[in-house]
Write a protein that binds this ligand. Structure first.
Ligand code: ZN
Length: 354
């Protein structure tokens, strides 16, 4: 039987969705608060007519502030008919450095100074990018959102993302709200990203709010962190006994340290975010509690490791964590760094008779 796995999306939801607001327009806040989720605001600047006053306020409300370049230059790729043609150009070192210096460093530096949070994602201005710009973005971001319109003309971008996106540096998104993206994310287990500008407004927020039972709605950066940890984490030393199920979850992702082109440190990205674990139960197993303890012990893949008294190598005390019971399984959330030793306390009718 299946034993334990990391769920594709937080909360064991069927799909994920991110609502994004471009260009330094601080709208949609009340609508998202009413609908019960948070979004991503892509801010460009520092430049004429862009203000920074609301960046901190939005972060305190749980939204993400993403990068959107310094000057909002919308320069289409010369080869944009297909993904294959797009890659006819190779990154050009001078263009990579210029884009970092002029379009990323000033933008990211101001956002981090104002918010105190690392900038996790970017959106391409007008959806326009090319291999040089993507290479420039790589040392900074977990992902960069594109979108298809007549300026960039990257048609294949107008799609949902697979559970692990094909191109983190040019993520698929819709140019405005499209309900089919909501349905495809849930039906296909994928990640939809909705792009909004002041001209399209809060359209779709209520609709997304009505689908939160099946969709995880979260800022782009949070979804990217989840994907990175989900794909890197492993469940080790699984052991099922009468009265308990135990295993270790861990990952080896290093801290994502970033710096500007001239070497000034930006805020580091730490992958200590929780993921959702699903543990399958036998018919006669009932779960009474779940505990997690930070462990210094590195379990071998096939290791048979103890926990707590007798295990002897756990650093820190195990604490109870909340869990949800499903049909034949339980789910719960835990970070995987530092490594956690999980213990699921079970009881079966047989145990009680004895
Ligand atoms: Zn824009």
């Amino acid at each position: 039987m299946r034993e334990a796995e990391i769920c594709t999306w937080l909360g064991d939801k069927k799909g994920a969705i991110s609502f994004t607001v471009d260009d330094g327009w601080p709208g949609c806040r009340e609508e998202m608060a009413r609908a019960g989720f948070r979004g991503t605001y892509y801010w460009f600047g520092p430049a004429w007519r862009t203000t920074t006053q609301w960046l901190k306020v939005l972060v305190e409300e749980g939204h993400e502030i993403g990068a959107h370049s310094t000057t909002h230059l919308c320069l289409p790729s010369p080869h944009n008919e297909t993904p294959q043609a797009f890659w006819k150009d190779r990154p050009e070192e001078g263009a990579v450095e210029a884009y970092r210096r002029d379009e990323i460093d000033p933008n990211v530096s101001v956002i981090e100074q104002e918010t105190g949070e690392p900038v996790l994602s970017m959106a391409w201005p007008c959806g326009c990018t090319d291999p040089s710009r993507m290479k420039a973005a790589e040392p900074y971001f977990l992902g960069v959102r594109g979108y298809y319109d007549e300026v960039a003309n990257l048609r294949w971008i107008d799609d949902v993302n697979t559970a692990t996106p094909h191109a983190f540096l040019n993520l698929n998104a819709s140019v405005r709200f499209d309900p089919s993206f909501v349905h495809r994310a849930a039906a296909e287990g994928k990640w939809a990203i909705i792009t909004t500008h002041e001209s399209t407004g809060a359209e779709g927020i209520d609709y997304i709010g009505d689908h939160l039972d099946e969709l995880w709605a979260a800022p782009v950066g949070e979804v990217l962190k989840y994907i990175k940890v989900r794909d890197a984490a492993r469940i080790l030393g699984f052991r099922r006994r009468s009265g308990s199920i135990s295993f270790t979850i861990r990952h080896d992702l290093p801290v994502f340290a970033r710096s500007t082109l001239n070497g000034r440190a930006l805020l580091p990205v730490v992958y200590d975010n929780p993921v959702t674990i699903k543990v399958y139960l036998r018919d006669d197993e009932r779960v009474s509690r779940v505990t997690a303890g930070v462990t210094a012990r590195i379990d071998k893949e096939d290791g048979d490791t103890g926990y707590g008294p007798g295990g002897g190598q756990t650093a820190g005390r195990a604490t109870d964590i909340p869990f949800r019971a499903g049909a034949g399984y339980i789910t719960f959330e835990t970070p995987a760094k530092p490594a956690r030793r999980i213990r699921v306390v079970t009881q079966s009718p047989d145990n009680r008779v004895r």
